[in-house]
Design a protein around this ligand. Structure first.
Ligand code: PGA
Length: 250
């Protein structure tokens, strides 16, 4: 049985006070979430300690949204994987399309970040996904394959077993357009097939999340697909009721 995960990527939203309030609302509503659905929240770095305290005794796990590609030292403005692990994070999101697009994150950088995440006991939530032009040109399979091969194929099986993948078509993020469940299932199955080429039967054990305007109204249909094991939720993760409703969609 693959682990089911609903993860909230808060991106650069909420003050610490607002984030703490949101986390408290989530903890209060946990009774409504099926016991086999694992929740993760990824608030901004400065929230991690306070939000971590709120969720400490709950089944919600803590994630960072990024980490540095260096272990420590003179890298002004960066946050190291060791620091993230030190405040109680279990996960770190790596390779989000906004980081690739706006901050020039490449596969080479992500290989370094991934190594540091593992050295510090963090589980990467590794994001892949194509841009609109790439899909329109029919290149989405090649793009996603390259993102997987370049960053994940160098991992050991033991490391790979601790990776969660999030497929997020860039054209569906934050704008209300969602991939159809057929489009999402097709590429999730493809991702699993590519993983199997390198990791064999382990591919069946890897949790693959869908992300991109996932909301209470479409989560049920997406999560019903055989290769979709949950969601990475942006906008809808900022409202406790919506995030919980998505988690209930299983
Ligand atoms: P969205 O963001 O749900 O707001 O589309 C998803 C993501 O980018 O992780």
């Amino acid at each position: 049985m693959r682990k089911k995960i609903v993860a909230g990527n808060w991106k650069m939203n909420t003050t610490v006070a607002e984030g703490v309030a949101l986390a408290k609302d989530l903890v209060a509503a946990l009774g409504q979430v099926p016991s086999d659905v694992n929740l993760v929240v990824a608030p901004p770095f400065v929230h991690l300690t306070s939000v971590g305290e709120v969720i400490a005794d709950s089944k919600i796990a803590l994630s960072a949204q990024n980490c540095a590609n260096k272990a420590k030292g003179a890298y002004t403005g960066e946050v190291a994987a060791a620091m993230i692990a030190g405040v109680g994070c279990e996960y770190v999101i790596l390779g989000h399309s906004e980081r690739r697009q706006y901050y020039g994150e490449t596969s080479a950088t992500l290989v370094e970040k991934m190594a540091l995440a593992f050295e510090n006991g963090l589980k990467p939530i590794y994001c892949v996904g194509e841009m609109l032009a790439e899909r329109e040109a029919g290149n989405h399979f090649a793009v996603v394959r390259a993102q997987i091969e370049e960053v994940l194929f160098g991992l050991t099986a033991e490391q790979m077993a601790n990776v969660v993948i999030a497929y997020e078509p860039v054209w569906a993020i934050g704008i209300g357009v969602t991939a159809t469940s057929e489009q999402a299932q097709e590429i999730h199955a493809f991702i699993r097939k590519v993983l199997a080429e390198k990791f064999g039967a382990l591919a069946e054990e890897i949790t693959i999340l869908y992300g991109g305007s996932c909301k209470p109204s479409n989560a049920k249909e997406l999560f019903a697909c055989p290769d979709i094991d949950g969601g990475l939720i942006g906008g809808a993760a900022l409202k406790a009721a919506d995030f919980i409703a998505i988690a209930q969609s299983y």
